[in-house]
Ligand binder design. Structure first.
Ligand SMILES: [Zn+2]
Ligand SMILES: [Zn+2]
Length: 342
């Protein structure tokens, strides 16, 4: 069943399924322009998702072949996955922020074993036990993983600039945090139902109505820069709150209004979480030990292997923030490094 929703003013959304994922689907937006429709994100690279995307475009009275371009909010496979197939079928351009394009470039040339060597070292340094790290060593140079050959974008999304959408005003707003090159896209046109506020915002995974996006470290085997993704994310949230769009069109769940209220909620949530972690650090903890003690959507024993790796990354991002705020510090001489509250 194709589900198309008309948001008015030449904007529609398609629900493109994400296989075996509790999120269920990506909301792909179809924005009419004078040169043909432009997509905001595409969906997961899977035959069923492709079918949903093409059927959805047909239901909109258009087709993949008519697409003029694709604007990608960030490089994750539930957003960027089908870009290559879309470009092949239409000749449409693909635009992405340079920081995420760099990840796409690196992913295309990094062999899986290089990636797993990096992850093994990283997890060991975070204090992960051997039974968590060992399965990663079983991956050989010929292992194929999904999403390892993502399409290379052909245009750069420049923060603050209008995208080349004939007849529309769509401005890129850089919102790093969930990924280093995540962008939100501000449709600077009056809301079709004249809701109060400044236009509409395609928010990608940055601002969602009912869930908080994953904020981990920007994993990069070739970059030793000490980044602060959670700090970036909180700054990006405030920027979107100040923009005060009349309506937010996120990449998952559903459309919603009152972005400033949602931003306040998320800022409070992260402040509370940081305070909770600060309290846990009364005793020195490695990132792994901190992840085990943090609150998740289910008990740690029931969190599967892959999600535990993501949880550790999230614990590390919070530690980075606390260290940067001067609220935590590494314990000298500890190996793996443990952190304690200041
Ligand atoms: Zn994402
Ligand atoms: Zn997503």
């Amino acid at each position: 069943m194709t589900r198309v929703h008309d948001h008015g003013g030449g904007v529609r959304s398609l629900r493109v399924p994400i296989p075996d994922n509790p999120l269920g689907h990506t909301l792909v937006y179809v924005v009419d322009t004078d040169r043909g429709p432009v997509l905001v994100d595409t969906g997961w690279d899977d035959p069923a998702s492709w079918d949903a995307l093409t059927a959805g475009l047909t239901a909109c009275g258009t087709s993949v072949a008519d697409l003029h371009g694709v604007v990608v909010t960030h490089h994750h496979p539930d957003h960027h996955g089908l870009c290559g197939r879309v470009r092949e079928a239409s000749g449409a351009w693909i635009a992405m922020h340079e920081a995420d394009t760099a990840i796409v470039r690196r992913t295309r040339r990094t062999r899986p074993d290089r990636w797993f060597t990096y992850m093994t070292a990283k997890l060991t340094a975070a204090g992960a036990p051997a039974d968590h790290v060992a399965p990663l060593g079983a991956v050989g140079p010929r292992t194929r993983l999904p999403g390892l050959s993502p399409a290379l974008p052909d245009r750069e999304i420049v923060p603050g600039e209008l995208l080349p959408l004939p007849g529309r005003r769509l401005r890129a707003i850089w919102t790093p945090g969930h990924t280093p090159g995540h962008v939100c896209l501000h449709l600077e046109e009056e809301h079709p139902a004249r809701l109060p506020g400044n236009g509409r915002l395609f928010s990608g995974d940055h601002l969602l109505p009912g869930i908080t996006p994953h904020i981990g470290l920007y994993e990069d085997p070739e970059d030793a820069t000490v980044t602060d993704p959670l700090g970036d994310y909180l700054d990006s949230l405030e920027r979107i709150g100040r923009l005060a769009p009349a309506e937010v069109l996120p990449a998952h769940q559903h459309v919603f209004a009152d972005a400033p209220a949602r931003v306040r909620e998320l800022l409070a949530h992260h402040e509370e979480r940081l305070a909770g972690l600060h309290a846990l650090l009364a005793e020195p903890l490695t990132p792994w030990q901190l992840a085990v003690r943090m609150e998740w959507n289910r008990p740690w024993e029931r969190i599967p292997h892959g999600s535990r790796t993501i949880a550790v990354s999230e614990a590390e991002a919070h530690l980075r923030r606390l260290v940067k705020q001067g609220r935590a510090e590494p314990v000298p001489g500890s190996d793996p490094t443990a952190y304690r509250a200041v």
